[in-house]
Design a protein around this ligand. Structure first.
Ligand SMILES: C[S@@+](CC[C@H](N)C(=O)[O-])C[C@H]1O[C@@H](n2cnc3c(N)ncnc32)[C@H](O)[C@@H]1O
Length: 202
């Protein structure tokens, strides 16, 4: 991904700029290693991370059919629960970090991402994630799973349902591990999942 592209995406991302470069690098590596499956982000906001993943696909001489799944309410982060200590302390109300589906689609068009690569799953994760698996609109394999829903319950439903679809050699990114709710959801899940965790120092 060129520096110009990174600079174009960065203002639309809620994370650090280097996380965009990382989403791109992970996607690129998975394509090169031919790890089977689509790329998924749960919590897309304006879509910049998904666009970074898409850039890795677009750079290939031929589209390998890999798609990017965008899960989001498109109406912002819901109310925090008792596990989300930082959110409670800050007094955040429901609806924080909202970006509409129409705006995300407009962003993707402006960034040159072909719509055939994108699958939108609008609605609350608690409904859309299990339903999409059940009806087969996501899966059967995922190569890259990016969790960015901030809260305990948002992370929990996504990791419990989608991590089992991750291919061997696939990558899972928990963007909000520094937040107490996300960390608890990841730790609880990993306690029952006897696999090592690898991480790359940011
Ligand atoms: C921090 S933002 C995502 C930032 C984005 N990945 C980026 O790097 O720019 C969190 C997103 O998660 C979504 N979200 C959080 N919990 C959700 C839930 N339970 N169901 C659906 N969407 C949720 C919000 O609507 C918001 O767009």
């Amino acid at each position: 991904m060129s520096t110009a592209t990174l600079e174009a995406l960065a203002p639309a991302a809620l994370s650090y700029k280097w996380t965009l470069a990382d989403s791109y690098r992970c996607a690129k590596q998975l394509i090169e290693e031919r790890i089977e499956g689509d790329f998924v982000e749960c919590g897309v906001y304006a879509g910049a991370q998904c666009a970074a993943m898409a850039k890795a696909i677009i750079e290939e001489p031929e589209w390998d059919g890999r798609r990017i799944h965008l899960f989001d309410s498109f109406s912002g982060i819901p109310a925090a629960g008792p596990e989300d200590l930082e959110y409670l302390k800050a007094g955040h109300m429901a609806g924080l970090s909202a970006c509409s589906l129409e705006q995300v689609k407009a962003n993707m068009a402006a960034w040159g991402i072909p719509s055939k690569m994108l699958v939108y799953h609008p609605g609350m994760f608690e409904g859309t994630v299990p339903r999409s698996i059940r009806i087969g609109t996501v899966g059967p394999k995922i190569a890259l799973l990016r969790l960015d829903g901030d809260l305990y319950r948002s992370t929990k439903v996504c990791i419990e349902n989608l991590y089992p679809l991750l291919s061997q050699g696939g990558i899972c990114i928990a963007d909000d591990y520094a937040l107490s709710g996300c960390r608890l959801a990841v730790d609880e899940f990993m306690q029952g999942n006897f696999s090592p965790i690898y991480w790359r120092k940011p």
